[in-house]
Design a protein. Sequence first.
Length: 118
Amino acid sequence: MFPRHEVTNFPIYKSDHVPICLHASTNGNCDRYGKLFRFEAMWLSQEDCWKVVEEAWNGSMSMEAPSKLEWCASKLTEWAEATFGKIKKRIREAEKELKKLQDTRPDHNMLSRFLDPR
């Protein structure tokens, strides 16, 4: 009924409440693959981040501002994946694993998995 809206249900964590996230009108600034660009604050922990932005911005002098921003976003995305890996994918996998563990009957093995700091 609402093709531009998306609801994400997160697993239970340290509570009996289950957080949900509603994304309304997800047709914002998407790249050519339909993925929305979001700058991640953790990128600022690496000095290379500033270099990537500066090189991308200065290397696209002949472009209009919107194209320069897209180019910069593209370069940042490539750099972030090479530097940090696929963080969102790893988070999704960890959430699935947590949900799976929460849906099973507790036993010694499951409890040790919750305590495993990996």
